[in-house]
Design a protein around this ligand. Structure first.
Ligand SMILES: [Zn+2]
Length: 93
């Protein structure tokens, strides 16, 4: 699972990405979406956080059993092959 972290200091929103229409952070400066099962495209001052899907599901099951559930989150390196950076499209005004 990939999450978008907006690095705008006044925002720092985290948004889960899906396919289809891009999702935006709360300040609107960053957005992203999945292109296929692994690759995402993003725009704006954002970085991608990754969560191992198998570890996430296991933690979710532990939580459902009312156990503490921890899962690791990692920063994808700049230039990761699964992240395409797009220039933000200007909105027509
Ligand atoms: Zn933002």
């Amino acid at each position: 699972m990939k999450l978008l972290l907006c690095t705008e200091p006044t925002c720092t929103d985290v948004v889960r990405l899906f396919g289809g229409a891009p999702r935006r952070c709360r300040c609107g400066a960053s957005s992203g979406r999945y292109l296929d099962e692994k690759r995402v495209e993003i725009s704006g001052p954002a970085v991608i956080l990754g969560v191992d899907n198998v570890a996430f599901e296991a933690a979710h099951r532990r939580w459902a059993d009312q156990d503490a559930a921890q899962v690791n989150l990692f920063f994808l390196p700049a230039g990761a092959s699964t992240v395409e950076r797009r220039e933000r499209r200007r909105r027509a005004s």
